[in-house]
Design a protein around this ligand. Sequence first.
Ligand SMILES: [Zn+2]
Length: 132
Amino acid sequence: MNYHCYYHYTCPRCGEAFVPYAEGVVCPQCGEPTAEVYDIVGEIIWAVKYHLGLYGELKLRYFQVTGIGDQYLFLGFTELDSFRRNVDVDIPTRVQKALARLKFVRTEAWRKHYEGFFTLLFQRWREERYLP
Ligand SMILES: [Zn+2]
């Protein structure tokens, strides 16, 4: 896949890099409210559909993570690849499985951050996967 997400956001208070993926998302490092929202979930869903249309699968064999946006993109692709094959599984169960695979999550605040991200991703995938 040659597609990349170049979105970048750093907390104005502590400098932590993350993606404010929805209204109300705060900095997972210091709790500072974010100054903006970036619809990375919508971007991931678009990219996943495009990728599936081209290749018929979601394996990212040569994908190089270039920044924080790419990290969410990579996680989104990886988790949607298994979620889309098991669409009857309930979302909270799938979210917990996705979180269990994130070995780099250091704190409870970061765990909550990704919990919200995966929940939104799976919900929107169910709603939007057949939309043009
Ligand atoms: Zn912060």
